[in-house]
Design a protein around this ligand. Sequence first.
Ligand SMILES: [Zn+2]
Ligand SMILES: [Zn+2]
Length: 304
Amino acid sequence: MTVAPVNLNRVISVLLGVALLVFQSEAAFAWGNEGHIYVNRVAAQKIPTEMPRFLRRAVAEIVYLGPEPDRWRNPAEFALKNAQEPDHFIDLERVSWLDPLPHGRYDFYRELAEHRAATTDRPDDYLPERVGLQPYITMEVYGRLKAGFREYRQRLALHQSTQAVREAIIFYAAWLGHYVADGSQPLHTTIHYNGWVGPNPNGYVTHGGIHAEFETAYVSRNIAASDFANLVRTPEHIADPFGSYVQYLRASNALVENVYQLDKAGGFRDAGSREAFDFTTQRLATGSQMLVNLWYTAWLDSAE
Ligand SMILES: [Zn+2]
Ligand SMILES: [Zn+2]
């Protein structure tokens, strides 16, 4: 009897693949995989019965697609990676002079360009890709979802097939979930995204690592979707989606220092602290709540 020889090249390529995966998940700039899965899962579980049944039954697809935009960061697809990375964050401190934010992405670009032209101190900090485009991509995907619901209603009324539009709606709803979840992570709304910058009287950590430590390592070790599902209520209609979403980002930004305080107290280390658990589950629940509210609003407003 002969034993098949171990193919060393194959073993090496598998090990390299694992190393690459580990590296990429460390480098990911979003709630880790688990955070995105949890936010989408809990929101999907809270879809009310007055919304279409196909969406309520699409929990597995909505969960799978939660981390989808993080799959678009591979250097192998350079144009995609380059174009979409600013979608995951907004450094609100850089646009403190711009309130309210304009509704359209190109109006935002124009405001930034004028500010940059009038600035001598680090003008490139006002490039759109440095500031981040969080509320714009979120409202654009929200618009796609609402348009999809409108098409679905029309096809139903005309007794046409809805198979394709149902698939599109599931994708838009889940894709939207990614950005809404990013917005609930305070470090996605700030210049202090991965280490405190500038004056630091409280001695917060300044080197990188806090970002992934909090959103990826701590969450995957210590949090489950069931830990915050009971904090998410029946959805409510939002009268002003853009304005409410910007408020949601500002509320997240107001908690940036809390993340650094928890980190300084060792709250995210190993099993973490009770305070870190409460803070993180509240943040994830706030994300799921905003997401199901936006789904519900898109559905209701698509009837108009
Ligand atoms: Zn993201
Ligand atoms: Zn992140």
